[in-house]
Design a protein. Structure first.
Length: 322
């Protein structure tokens, strides 16, 4: 890794001078926010990008900037309908992609929901665990044969993984009170553990998996927060960091929040980032202090044994739902 990037770097900064012509990427959740900017930046540097959205008709206008960038740079952009909260939709979307039989250089699992009220996916999973983790788990594993030798899987995690480890005994909150942020934190820990396990299982083909903390930014992800509740969250984060002697957290602009995703997918040394948790275009340190809003990764999110247990549990849950 010869270039030094950081928290202020944008996706275009990371890809400056990089020609992605002939390279193909899949990005989930490209209708807005970080996923939209990730797709636009890749396409603007010549890549062929497949983006997934829940409602393609509504996403056509939102993704116009990606199509324009692709046209100007000689890349391409196409949309596939995917609802991660439905295993039927996951299978349909994956099979559509598999039918094309064209390899991907990287898969960027970006889509997700945050701090939703208690709810359930079509298949009866708690909505955040079911969408953020199980939907991606089923989708990525089904299309994994299209990931080229030497390719990469980039799973978007979050600082919120520090809130809670996964609960393998009660992943759907059937036997405990539901807390939206705990559920979100568990789903983001699951995303990181999936990257760790995927990395282990596909390393023999030169494929590496990594988890990304994109940075906090004002996208539509926290749409389930009332404005005053979102401000309370920001205040809590600031107080927690100050009490721990940490500098104030800073919100990123969306192009900055997309930087670590494209860095991991197209620029970083894959063998240096494989099986790791990344933030600010770098491998993040382990920080096991019980501070939910500190930087770095909690060790439980990178535990290989726990990753294997989650993989087995996820397979069982999906099999039982079919």
């Amino acid at each position: 890794m010869t270039e030094n990037f950081g928290a202020k770097s944008t996706a275009d900064d990371v890809l400056h001078g990089v020609d992605l012509t002939g390279r193909r990427f899949l990005v989930t959740g490209t209708s807005s926010g970080i996923g939209l900017e990730t797709a636009r930046s890749l396409a603007a540097h010549g890549a062929s990008v497949v983006g997934t959205v829940r409602v393609p008709a509504k996403a056509d206008r939102a993704t116009a900037s990606v199509r324009e960038a692709a046209a100007n740079a000689g890349g391409s952009f196409e949309l596939v309908q995917l609802d991660l909260a439905s295993l039927r939709s996951v299978i349909t979307a994956a099979d559509e992609i598999l039918s094309d039989a064209t390899a991907f250089d990287a898969i960027i699992a970006n889509a997700g929901v945050m701090a939703t009220p208690l709810g359930w996916t079509v298949d009866g999973f708690e909505l955040q665990f079911g969408t953020n983790h199980l939907g991606h788990f089923a989708f990525v594993n089904r299309i994994a044969p299209l990931l080229a030798d030497g390719g990469r899987l980039v799973m978007l995690s979050s600082q919120a993984h520090r809130v809670s480890d996964v609960d393998l005994t009660d992943p759907n909150f059937k036997a405990q009170p539901y807390d939206p942020m705990v559920a979100y934190g568990r789903s983001k820990t699951a995303n990181t553990l999936f990257a760790v396990a995927f990395d282990e299982r596909h390393r023999e083909r030169g494929i590496r998996g990594a988890a990304v903390m994109p940075g906090n930014s004002l996208t539509d992800l926290p749409r389930h927060f009332a404005e005053e509740d979102l401000q309370k969250l920001f205040d809590t984060v600031g107080k927690s960091r100050a009490e721990a002697g940490l500098p104030p957290g800073e919100l990123k602009e969306i192009p900055q929040a997309a930087a670590t995703s494209v860095w991991a997918a197209a620029v970083a040394d894959k063998d240096e980032i494989g099986g790791r948790y990344l933030e600010d275009c770098a491998v993040a340190p382990i920080d096991d202090r019980p501070i939910p809003f500190a930087d770095g990764a909690r060790a439980y999110a990178l535990d290989a044994a726990k990753a294997g247990q989650l993989w087995a549990k996820s397979e069982d849950l999906i099999a039982a739902a079919r």
